[in-house]
Each structure stands twice: as structure tokens, then as C-alpha cells.
Design a protein around this ligand. Sequence first.
Ligand code: HAM
Length: 432
Amino acid sequence: MAFRAARGMRDILPGDIPAWERLESVARTLARLHGCREIRPPLLEETELFIRSVGEVTDIVEKEMFTLQKGSLTLRPEGTAGIARAYLQAGFARQAPVQKLFTIGPMFRYERPQKGRERQFTQFDVECLGSLDPRLDAEVIHLAASFFEELGIERARSGGLELRLNSMGEGADRERYREAVRAWLAPDMARRCELCRARFERNVLRVLDCKNEDCRRLNAGAPRIFDILSPENRAHFELVRQHLADIGRDSIVDPGIVRGLDYYTRTVFELHFPALGARSALCGGGRYDHLLRDLGGPDLGAVGFAIGFTGTLLALEELGLLASLEPEPAQVYVAAADPGCARVVFELATELRRAGISAVYDSEERSLKSQMKAAGAGGHPVAVIVGPDELAQGVVQVRRMDKGEQSPVRREDMARSVAELLARDKPSASLA
Ligand code: HAM
């Protein structure tokens, strides 16, 4: 075959769709349960927006952005920057500063494709903008964890998901921390990779999330911002933990969670599914209390997260939870007992669809036997069969595929009779 999907990008095929629809529907239902409203910003933003938000000296901006040659535009590598920009542009900061927003859609990063990492991937992104309330930190963490629980990926206690929490401090904490890290790194910078040496000068904290194995080992003993938090920021962190405990959610304090994006302040967290190994983070998030200010708006707090669908689907697969999600077949297979009935088959399928019943028919001029085989293999609950005799009598044969029972029905009653048959087979309306 001449063309293949671009490296790190893939087709989501019809057989994959039920799982995707389930993820999207759980995401939407939970977001709305928490009062979040959907927002759909464009996929392209000005490159400068990501430099300003994510940070110039970060993996994303230095190595992973798909930047177009036309118009200094970049395919969004993440959702937070675009949502913050849209929030300011829509005037929310002035009119109704507290906004709980969510989006589901593709993000693009030019990373080395590997298991769990793609160049186009989908995120469920939730952002609560306009408030410093620590209950919102706990709320978004709970929302993110609930997403996985709803899908059957259980809490850490039962060997599933782990919530790792840290604080990045802000303001003076960050300055003191930068100094502490610089002093700690300085004596053995020569042993570090080239990228780290450049970052030491330009953005010293990013040395701590270098992916190089040797650097990672050296970083194990780095100073921890957690130990030098101001009383105010420590109190915020303790409140978040308290609110989480109040709703029965355990968290592991992990000073190693530093996140790879510059906008974070105070609370940061990740949800891990340890069975996935090195790429176990299914979700990352935290506060970014000065991003709106840095983008030219007022200095309002914000907190959010993004869940990656790639990792979520891998976790579901690992737990054997994907097999139960099958595509729904069309409800009716319309079969022609004779090639002369092709026209009426098309009319019948259209009549059924007008009545809200999904219907398909054969377009390969196969024998009735082959058509009935296809109807069975396709899992269609009902077949409608028409031949010259039926045409002459103004009827069609309606067949229940599971029982093999078949009876003639007047053509004008076809849709009603099929609908009754389908309704009878449904377990119950509430489960449908
Ligand atoms: P992030 O940690 O860069 O945070 O991404 C969040 C999640 O997206 C990761 O935990 C991972 O599951 C998934 N992900 C990231 N890159 C890839 C990739 N190349 N292939 C597949 N999945 C990937 C953010 O994006 C922040 N905007 C989160 C946030 C929202 N913070 C505050 N609000």
C-alpha cells in the first residue's frame, strides 16, 4: 500500500469506536455532574501562546511542537493554554470569573512514538478558572479519579490507580527553590547531558525532569520544594489533602511529581496505573495560579487536569475490560429473495430509517442464502425479506434472527411490527 497514517498517528477504526464513545460519554457525564460546561477551542493557536504558557525551556516547546510554516501557528500540544486564552478572550474574567470548563479532543506532540505515546492523542481536559479555593483542587482530583473508577479501573487499594500529589509552591517559594536547586546542581553539572547543561542556565528546574537515564539517577537526591514551602502554601496543600480525606480519597505525597510544564503553582498531581510501567501516568494536572496574568489577564487562580485516552485504553485492555465493548449492529438486514427486488429493498430500508430503525442491505448482488448468512454473522436482530411473491401480495417477511421465526406482515405495517419486535427483545428501557 502506498500511503500509511503518519508516524505516531493512527486511525480510530469502527471496531474501536464503542470504547471511545464510552470514554467520551463517561467524561461528559462526570464533567456535567460537577457543573463543567463544554468548550471547543481551535486546534491551532499562535505559537507564542504555548511558549508563554508551557514555557520556552520545556520538552514540549523545545522539541515537541508541530509548528506550521504559515502564520506562526502551532497544533496544540495541550489544552490548558488555549482554554485560558479563550476564557480571557470571551470576557469571562470580568463578567463571571469562576468558570468550570471541559473539552475532549486531539493534541499533538512530536515525541518518539512508543507504547502509550503518540504524536496525535486525545485528552479529556477539565479546567476550573477564576478561583483559589482548595476545594476545587480536591474536586478536580476527585473528578479525574472518578473517570477511571467509572470505567472499572479501581482505586490503588485494590491494585489499580495511584494518586500522587505534591506542591510546587509559588512566588518566593519558587525563587528560593530555584536557588537551592542551582546550588545543589552546580558542583557536578559536568556529569550531566548537554540539554541539562543548557537548561541549567536557562530554566534550572527543568533539569529535574530530564528523561536521560543517567541524569534521572543523579536527580534522585535533589532538594524538594515541598520542604521549603511558605506557611501559606503549605496550608493550602494541607487543606487540599483534608478535603480529599473528607470525601474518602487517599493520596500519596510524592515530592518527585514536578510536571514538565512551567505554568504550575501549588498543587500538582498525577494518576498512575503502575502496570503500564514507565508510561504509567494516565492523568496529570494541578494549579496554575498566574497563567491568566501571564497571558495579559487579571491574576486569578485556576486548577485543572488532562486525562490521556491512549493510556486509559491500554489500562482497560490490561484489565480485560475492552472486550465487552462491541459495536452495535444495524437493527434490520433487508434481504432480496430475487435480484428483481433491488429497488424495493432500497425503499424498505429507507422506510425503516424514517421510522428511526437502523437498516442495511446487500450491495453485492449476493444470493438470498448468502444474504441470510451475512445477516446472521452481522448480529442484526431482525431481517426483512422480500421476493416476487411478497411483492405481488403487498407483504414482507419479518424474521427474528435469534429464533429463526418468520411471518408475513403487510408492507404498510412493516416498521411498526419491526419496532414491536425490537422493543420486546430489549432487556428494559432503563438499561437500554
Ligand atoms: P500532561 O501531563 O502533559 O499535562 O498530559 C496529560 C496526560 O496526557 C498524560 O498523563 C498522558 O496520559 C497524556 N499524554 C501526554 N502526552 C501524550 C502522548 N504523546 N501520547 C499519549 N498520551 C499523552 C497536560 O497536558 C496539562 N495540560 C494538564 C493540565 C490541565 N494541567 C492543568 N490543566
